[in-house]
Design a protein around this ligand. Structure first.
Ligand SMILES: NC(=O)c1ccc[n+]([C@@H]2O[C@H](COP(=O)([O-])OP(=O)(O)OC[C@H]3O[C@@H](n4cnc5c(N)ncnc54)[C@H](O)[C@@H]3O)[C@@H](O)[C@H]2O)c1
Length: 252
């Protein structure tokens, strides 16, 4: 798919990877619907795009809420006449206290944001994308889908769920001309890492992980997302982002 002239809905676009994807897609000529819980961060993302001559709007969205997802897609229809690209990117870590002391309420939220938001977002996107003749969904999973994160098993499990959901949606290319794919980044330099610990410092697992693999820039992930959008052959495909050392490849 050529990105120029298309409309992209990006969840979690008020920060980190989602914000960088929004800027990269806008720079390539797409109009962006920035969907996030964080209104201030969303305005910053929109302003940074508009100040460079791009087109973007914000819609406050909690991806764990079915009604909010419906409102998000209605906003894409109202403001841009529909959309062609959906990046189901919003995601959370639970942080400290780490597993097994994790707050059960927070775990429930994590399941609904990281996995529920992806499944329901994709489901609600099917009819609007079909009305445009097809489209692309890119889900942000994580390498933690393949490497067990023992301090955040809920995170690993939800991301593994995103990978299997993505693979299982491969057939939508044949039936609906909708390509569903996923990216699996290793550690990326975003505010999420600070949330992995007590809210201001990284959890020990994140600090240790830094010793094993170089931390990626959000632009590395955005680059992979753009390649996946542009490559019409990819459906049900999941892509690890970043070069892995051999010993890590052997572990997955
Ligand atoms: N940073 C990493 O190391 C890393 C690695 C692999 C995968 N990921 C994944 O990348 C995605 C983006 O993370 P990031 O690193 O940019 O983190 P981030 O914390 O910088 O950004 C996440 C964004 O999601 C938003 N969000 C949280 N809950 C939401 C909800 N219920 N509804 C809507 N928006 C919500 C936040 O407000 C925030 O703007 C996540 O799915 C994350 O799991 C991150």
């Amino acid at each position: 798919m050529e990105i120029a002239g298309k409309v992209a809905v990006i969840t979690g676009a008020s920060s980190g990877i989602g914000r960088t994807c929004a800027r990269s897609l806008a720079a390539a000529g797409a109009s962006i619907l920035v969907a996030d819980l964080d209104e201030d961060g969303g305005s910053e993302t929109v302003d940074s795009i508009v100040s460079k001559g791009g087109t973007a709007q914000f819609v406050r969205t909690d991806v764990s809420c079915l009604e909010d997802l419906a409102t998000m897609f209605a906003a894409a229809e109202e403001r841009f006449g529909g959309f062609d690209i959906l990046c189901n990117n919003a995601g959370i870590v639970c942080g400290e206290p780490l597993w097994p002391a994790t707050d059960p309420e927070l775990l429930m939220t994590q399941v609904m944001v990281n996995l529920g938001g992806v499944i329901l977002g994709t489901r609600l996107a099917i009819e609007p994308l079909r009305a445009r003749g097809g489209g692309v969904v890119v889900n942000t999973a994580s390498l933690a889908a393949l490497l067990p994160l023992e301090d955040e098993p809920g995170y690993s499990a939800t991301k593994a769920g995103v990978v299997m959901f993505t693979r299982a949606c491969g057939a939508l290319q044949r039936t609906h001309n909708i390509r569903v794919n996923a990216v699996l980044p290793w550690l990326v330099d975003t505010p999420l890492l600070g949330k992995s610990g007590d809210g201001s410092t990284e959890a020990p697992w994140a600090r240790q992980a830094r010793q094993i693999l170089p931390v990626l820039d959000p632009a590395d992930v955005a680059g992979a997302v753009m390649e996946i959008i542009e490559d019409d052959s990819l459906a049900g495909h999941y892509r690890i982002v970043g070069e892995l050392p051999d010993f890590v490849t052997e572990m997955i």
